[in-house]
Design a protein around this ligand. Structure first.
Ligand SMILES: [Mg+2]
Length: 218
């Protein structure tokens, strides 16, 4: 049984780490709290391309830091502040004990995503990690889910994709023929998109619901 899971804001709490970092960083540039709020919005949960965000920071704060230096700071500074909810770790263990093979499928750079996984100690809890930069293919392209299934030696049929992004994770997973579980983080599902098979506020909630679903199917 195949269980593919997104990394940022699904397994790890990227949002809280980025907010902590952004507040410190903007203060170090002499900026105000409202400018930190601007940076957090402009980041779009990490979906804004790093170079474009670095240019916007440079323009707004007139810092001496180069765009390349800003990109590096955007990529790495908040990673050490990343955490994983112990409830999520527990749910992954229960899934594995129930026979699921677990693959992380994440968009991002190999260096940054690998560092996140090390920081929170996720590596031993999963069976494969597929990172878009290394595969030269990104979610929502269904090919990345096929790569993950191949790596785990499990077919896509009956498999699940869990994530927080309606397009990258849910539409992408569905296009690959997977069932989908949405981690809503308290948000409303966008009404113009086909709904996920199930959803919950947290990753642990979605993973436990998938385990229950799998137990009923057997
Ligand atoms: Mg995500």
């Amino acid at each position: 049984m195949l269980l593919l899971v997104d990394l940022d804001n699904t397994l790890v709490d990227r949002a809280s780490a980025f907010i902590l970092w952004a507040n410190d960083f903007v203060r170090s540039l002499g900026g105000t709290d409202s400018e930190a709020a601007w940076l957090i919005a402009a980041d779009r949960d990490g979906y804004e391309p790093r170079e474009s965000l670095a240019r916007a920071i440079k323009e707004r704060f007139g810092t001496d830091l180069s765009v390349n230096a800003l990109v590096e700071r955007l990529l790495y500074d908040h990673v050490g502040m990343m955490t994983m909810d112990p409830a999520t770790m527990g749910a992954l263990r229960r899934a594995r004990n129930s026979g699921w093979r677990i693959g992380v499928v994440t968009n991002g750079t190999t260096a940054q995503q690998t560092l996140k996984i090390q920081t929170v100690g996720l590596g031993p809890q999963v069976d494969a990690v597929v990172i878009s930069e290394a595969e030269r293919i990104k979610k929502p392209d269904p090919a990345i889910f096929h790569i993950a299934a191949n790596r785990l030696g499990v077919g896509l049929a009956g498999g699940w994709m869990i994530g927080d992004h309606p397009t990258a994770d849910i539409a992408g997973g569905r296009a690959a023929g997977l069932k989908t579980g949405w981690v809503s983080r308290g948000k409303e599902w966008p009404s113009d998109m086909a709904s996920p098979d199930l959803s919950a506020d947290t990753a642990a909630g979605v993973i436990d619901a998938v385990i229950l679903y799998g137990a009923r199917e057997v």
